[in-house]
Design a protein around this ligand. Structure first.
Ligand code: NAD
Length: 260
């Protein structure tokens, strides 16, 4: 029986076209590789050219379809270029994963206004700009799925991270619901994923310190940090047709952090 089920297993994103921002690293890269294995054509969009190209190449080497595109998510014209090029190359756009982000723990100065503006621009405005660029194509296409990377930091306040990080991820949480409500009639779904304690971001400062991380682990009921593939699994579900009636919701991938 099990064997028969396995034989019948189809790729979960067969024929889908996806753009993933921030896919040169961490959870974005893991999601891009997973999407590639599940049959999607993947656009790896990031500011990091060499790393982004390497991710796209690895997908192609494994038998998938992928291309890299340079993108700064704060650049409205850049988003339009990426979406236009995606549709030109693959014919449509089904999935957008707004994953690119920067940390709010780059400095211990919690009242630093420069960091506030930068974090809000990348983490919040970047998600809006991606959504604005993708929605018209998804409307033409008869629907789509947008998955936004928020965080446990988008739900509760924390020490150690700059206030802008909490605020920017909180904005992503409600922007997700707004997108779901505004475009539900177009069959566009939008959901947020909220990772907990994960391997540190490239831009992490204090929260990358092993001593600090050990302390943070005490707030995680499962007592360990999450792996990037565990977040990719959650993104995959929401992006796929398996979640066809799931929209405006939040999926916590946090080992129980927010349940305490
Ligand atoms: P990461 O630092 O490994 O990867 C982030 C990627 O985003 C990098 O490739 C980076 O180049 C890209 N990026 C940054 N600014 C960009 C910009 N302006 N334009 C385009 N690309 C840009 O981080 P990660 O841990 O994989 O995090 C991915 C997402 O998950 C982020 O939104 C982050 O806030 C969120 N998150 C991370 C954690 C964590 O602990 N690592 C926890 C919860 C949520």
């Amino acid at each position: 029986m099990l064997e028969k089920q396995q034989e019948e297993t189809v790729m979960r994103l067969a024929g889908k076209v996806a753009i993933i921002s921030g896919a040169a690293s961490g959870m974005g890269a893991a999601t891009a590789r997973r999407f590639g294995r599940e049959g999607a054509s993947v656009v790896v969009a990031d500011m990091l050219e060499a790393d982004g190209k390497a991710v796209a190449d690895s997908i192609v080497k494994a038998g998938g379809k992928a291309m890299f595109m340079l993108l700064d998510v704060t650049d409205e014209a850049g988003w339009k270029k990426v979406v236009d090029a995606t549709v030109a190359a693959y014919g449509k756009l089904d999935i957008l994963v707004n994953n690119a982000g920067i940390s709010g723990s780059a400095t211990n100065d919690m009242l630093n206004t420069e960091l506030w503006h930068r974090v809000m621009a990348v983490n919040s405005t970047g998600v809006f700009l991606g959504t604005a660029a993708a929605v018209p194509y998804m409307q033409k296409n008869g629907g789509g799925s947008i998955v936004n990377l928020s965080s446990i930091s988008g739900v509760v306040g924390q020490t150690m991270v700059h206030m802008s990080y909490n605020a920017s991820k909180g904005a992503v949480r409600t922007l997700t619901k707004s997108t779901a409500v505004q475009f539900g009639k177009d069959n566009i779904r939008c959901n947020s994923v909220h990772p907990g304690l994960m391997p540190p971001m490239r831009t992490s400062g204090a929260t990358a310190d092993p001593v600090v991380r050990e302390k943070m682990l005490k707030s995680v009921p499962m007592g360990r940090n999450g792996e990037v593939d565990e977040v990719a699994n959650a993104i995959l579900f929401l992006a796929s047709d398996e979640a066809s009636y799931v929209t405006g919701t939040e999926l916590f991938v946090d080992g129980g952090y927010l349940a305490m």
